[in-house]
Structures are given as structure tokens and as C-alpha cells.
Design a binder for this molecule. Structure first.
Ligand code: EPZ
Length: 417
């Protein structure tokens, strides 16, 4: 199990190019199952979640190749409809396969998925929507058996704008007979990107980015070559690191609009932000000014996937700040690790109170989930002295060699094998 070793206390300087978004690439890879023709997905980062998704595609008969950032997928022989349990346990987004497999084969067997342990992460919204589209669902012994012989378009209202459920239903509807309308749909940029990819395959999808998405099912879809949107969460993580450690950091190949909620917060915390086309530069030479409250919300609200990173910045800001995590119920496992580093945080239910301290000290800490692990890297880069981070496999799920990203920005960070 590799560890990261960080010597903190230096400002960060330089620029880094952002690759395609993990949370766009994963549903798009699942959507390639909707066509028997070849697809190519470009600018893909080398991260564990993508590797696992390719394993799952292979397990249902896809032929896949991943070379120099390009994934080529041939799904003509992807006749499988049973996602293997051991792979599904690895990856929550294995559940994205349910919609496309049902659309193509009219039946599916998947295990309850794994993924980050940041909450119960039920699937009731996915399953309720699919049953309204005529899917007969049986659950037993952790497996979900679906009979989609009567799959049809339907009006589906989501109890919560679930990202994964919205994506699953969009993909199931693409080949379903008739019209499907999804009400209270998630509005994340990755949903709009999935709509763009489905359109590239020849699907009739409209309205993504708003709270009502309309899909007219078609008989058949063709292949496509596609470059997904850049990863707003990786870009945001790096910008927050710049704000926290000081210096001057630029992220390139980004879509600034996707980061509005973060940029608004950073603007209020004494950083100097410059947005220029697809580049964002943050300059910070003083202790971050605190902001009173941060609440996570579905897009376009503040993203839950940047909450842990902001917590680290608030740990060394002036004054006292509040975080309310409204999306996942256990996204605070990083707190006990930050307290080891001298942070002053108390948690009650979904609220964390952070009393800013002038400095934090290096310590031996453990990554508990993907974004919490990335936040610990920021804490190590800021801390005085040495920090080691274990369970780095959590971080490798969503960051392509995080130590190389921050070393290129002047951070003293290396991976101990
Ligand atoms: C996606 O997860 C992302 N993952 C998550 O990113 C992200 O944090 C999340 O959306 C919210 O933006 C991928 O896209 C692969 P949800 P997903 O369904 O689809 C509840 C990362 O770090 N819910 O929008 O699982 C659920 O418990 C990951 O990259 C139900 O109750 O998120 C949660 O409280 C972490 N029933 C809330 O909705 C359901 O059927 C949001 O979940 C589905 C969800």
C-alpha cells in the first residue's frame, strides 16, 4: 500500500492542465453500451475508477483499449447483462450500467454497488424511476434482478435531484419506446455532458442543465468520437490548494462557469482571482480571510465534492467558519485526521464548526475517501513539518498521480512505494 510523504510550508507556483472529468467519463463509458458501433473518448485521466469501469465493460463483453488518454470501445459483442459482484463492489458507478444494459438487452443483473463510504448511498430513486418506465425489479441477497421486456417512456419525478439516477434514466430512455420526461433532474455539468454525448450517438435528448429533461426513444444509435468536459472538482481542488498554501497557481483547459460557486467563495477570502478564457489563476499572499458559512447543495450550489478541501482552507483562515454538508451524511471522517494536525473542529450532525488557527503541524494521517484524501494533501502542503498519508488508493480513484500535480507546482511531495 503506497503512502504520500509531504514536507509542507511552501507556497505553490505554476500551472497545470485539467483533463476530462471523472464524473463525466464514467457515465459516458456506460452509455457506449447503447450502440454496437465503436466509440472513442478523449483526454481521459489515468485513474482507478476509469480502470475499474473498463474492467466492468470487458466483463459484459466490450472490447476496450486505453492508450495515450484515448479510450476506444467496441460494444458489438457486449451481450452480457450481468455485472459481476466483485467489480460492482469496487465502484459505485457500476450502477450506471443498469440503464444502458436494460435499454439494450431489456434485462440486467447487478449487485448493490460499492464506492466511497460517504453515506448510505441508497438506490431507491434509481429503482423507482426505472420501475415507472416498466422495469420489473426484484432484489435479493444484495443483487438486483431487472426484467425490462416492457421498458417504455414515462414521466418520472425524482424525490431528490440525484446525479446517478438522472443519468441512469436518461440512458434507459434513449432506446425506450416513446417519450420520457425526468422532473426534478440533477443539473450538474456532467449531466449536460452526458446529453451531448447521447446526442452525438444520435439520441433525442433535451433540457439537461434544467430541472426537466425530455428524451424521445429511438430504434438504434451509432458510434461517436467525444471529448468530455474538464474536471471541475480536480480544478477546484488545485485552486483551493493555492488559496490555502499561498503563491500563484493557474489551472488551464477549464470551464470557469462550472466553478461559479467556488470562485464566489474564494473571491470573498482575500485571494486574487483572474479568469481568462479557459484559464483561472489564483494568487494569495496572506492568511485566508474567513467566511462565515459554507453549505453544500446540488448544482449550481456549492459542490459536496469540494467541501473537505474548503474545510482545510477554513482550518487556517482567520476567525470561525461553519460548514453544513447537506448531500452526504458522513463526509466528515477527515475531521479526526485534521485534528491530529492541530485543527480546531467540532461536528454536530451535518454541521462542522471550524475555529481558524495560524498554522497546522505535519502528522501521520489516513485518507478515508476520495475527496477527503485530496483535502489531506492540501493540509500536508500547508502544514509545518512532514505529513504522511496512507490509504492513498482512495485518492488514486479520482486524481491522476496527485503527487505529480502538486510537485509540478513546487510542492515537496512524493509517493513512498
Ligand atoms: C455523484 O454521485 C458523483 N459520483 C459524486 O462524486 C457526487 O458527490 C454526487 O453525484 C453529488 O454531486 C459520480 O458521478 C460517479 P447522488 P451519486 O445520487 O450519483 C441520495 C466523487 O467524489 N440518493 O446525486 O451517487 C444520496 O444518498 C463522487 O467524485 C438517494 O437517497 O450522487 C445522496 O445523499 C462522490 N437515493 C444524494 O442523494 C438514490 O437512489 C446525492 O446522491 C440516489 C441518491
Amino acid at each position: 500500500m503506497s503512502k504520500l510523504l509531504i514536507k509542507g510550508g511552501r507556497p505553490l507556483r505554476g500551472e497545470t492542465e485539467i483533463k476530462a472529468a471523472k464524473n463525466a467519463v464514467l457515465p459516458i463509458l456506460a452509455a457506449t453500451l447503447l450502440t454496437e458501433e465503436p466509440c472513442e473518448i478523449h483526454n481521459v485521466p489515468v485513474i482507478a475508477d476509469v480502470d475499474n469501469m473498463l474492467k466492468i465493460l470487458r466483463s459484459v463483453g466490450s472490447a476496450v483499449e486505453f492508450k495515450e488518454g484515448v479510450i476506444s470501445v467496441w460494444n458489438r459483442d457486449a451481450t452480457g447483462y450481468n455485472v459481476p459482484t466483485e467489480l460492482a463492489k469496487e465502484l459505485r458507478s457500476s450502477f450506471f450500467l443498469l440503464g444502458p444494459i436494460l435499454a439494450r438487452h431489456r434485462r440486467a443483473i447487478v449487485a448493490y454497488p460499492g464506492g466511497c463510504d460517504i453515506g448510505v448511498r441508497p438506490l431507491d430513486i434509481h429503482l423507482k424511476g426505472l420501475s415507472e418506465m416498466g422495469i420489473a425489479i426484484e432484489e435479493s441477497h444484495g443483487m438486483i434482478y431487472c426484467d425490462g421486456t416492457r421498458l417504455h417512456g414515462a414521466d418520472v419525478a425524482l424525490d431528490f435531484p440525484s446525479v446517478g439516477a438522472t443519468e441512469n434514466l436518461m440512458m434507459a430512455a434513449a432506446l425506450a419506446k416513446g417519450r420520457t420526461r425526468i422532473f426534478n433532474a440533477a443539473k450538474e455539468p456532467e449531466i449536460v455532458d452526458l446529453q451531448s454525448f447521447l446526442r452525438a450517438l444520435g439520441a433525442k435528448v433535451d433540457g439537461a442543465g434544467g430541472d426537466r429533461i425530455e428524451i424521445e426513444g429511438v430504434e438504434k444509435l451509432h458510434g461517436a468520437v467525444y471529448t468530455p468536459i474538464p474536471d471541475r472538482i480536480v480544478a477546484g481542488t488545485i485552486l483551493i490548494a493555492g488559496a490555502t498554501c499561498g503563491g500563484e497557481v493557474t489551472v488551464t483547459h477549464v470551464v470557469p462557469d462550472h466553478l461559479d460557486a467556488l470562485l464566489f467563495k474564494l473571491n470573498k477570502s482575500s485571494c486574487n482571482l483572474r479568469v481568462n478564457g479557459d484559464r483561472i489563476t489564483i494568487r494569495s499572499d496572506s492568511r485566508p480571510r474567513h467566511f462565515d458559512k459554507l453549505e453544500t447543495q446540488p448544482y449550481p450550489g456549492f459542490p459536496t465534492d469540494l467541501q473537505s478541501q474548503m474545510m482545510v482552507m477554513m482550518c487556517v483562515s482567520e476567525g470561525t467558519g461553519l460548514i453544513v454538508e447537506n448531500i452526504f451524511e458522513t463526509r466528515y471522517r477527515i475531521v479526526r485526521e485534521l485534528i491530529k494536525m492541530g485543527a480546531r473542529i467540532t461536528v454536530k450532525d451535518r454541521t462542522a464548526v471550524i475555529r481558524g488557527v495560524r498554522s497546522i503541524e505535519g502528522a501521520s494521517v489516513s485518507a478515508g475517501d476520495l475527496r477527503g484524501g485530496a483535502a489531506l494533501v492540501i493540509a500536508g502542503l500547508k502544514a509545518e513539518g512532514y505529513t504522511t498519508i496512507d490509504n492513498v488508493s482512495h485518492i488514486d480513484r479520482g486524481y491522476d498521480a496527485i503527487e505529480r500535480i502538486f510537485a509540478s507546482l513546487g510542492g515537496e511531495i512524493s509517493r513512498l512505494r
